[in-house]
Unconditional design. Structure first.
Length: 149
């Protein structure tokens, strides 16, 4: 069922917990502390009082979507414009929303982050460090290393 106690430890940034009314308040406070009162879609700053919580993937009565990894802060205008649209449809309406969602939705599920990344316009995403194939490649280890004798 919903609510009640859990078994064991609790992590403050764990994103897969179902969200009770109390957890909505906690999630909103956590997002405000992480990003400030900034809309995850238009990136405009507002007063904290007017910010709303938005389900990136519409919940349509399903409690599985009431999780921190599906919730962002949204201004009233963006929240009203998004309504119950699928995230892809809303982000395609203005692709800069996708770049903003990547920036202000780092806590979202990997699927949502990847979708937003794929829709963001060229040059609008933060630069990621290059991936490396192995520690040996990173450390430039070769056969002539005197310590490998």
């Amino acid at each position: 069922g919903r609510g009640g106690g859990g078994g064991g430890h609790r992590e403050s940034q764990l994103t897969s917990h179902p969200t009770s009314r109390n957890a909505y308040v906690e999630t909103r406070a956590w997002l405000l502390a992480e990003h400030g009162p900034v809309c995850a879609y238009c990136a405009r700053k507002f007063t904290a009082r007017v910010m709303t919580l938005d389900h990136v993937a519409p919940r349509k009565g399903k409690t599985a979507y009431d999780r921190r990894d599906n919730l962002v802060l949204a201004c009233p205008s963006c929240n009203a414009a998004k309504r119950d649209l699928a995230p892809m449809a809303f982000l395609l309406g203005a692709r800069e929303r996708a770049a903003n969602l990547v920036r202000y939705g780092t806590h979202l599920s990997p699927m949502l982050v990847e979708m937003a990344r794929s829709l963001a316009p060229e040059g609008t995403l933060p630069v990621e460090p290059p991936a490396f194939g192995s520690w040996a490649a990173l450390l430039d280890v070769d056969d002539e290393d005197p310590y490998l004798a």
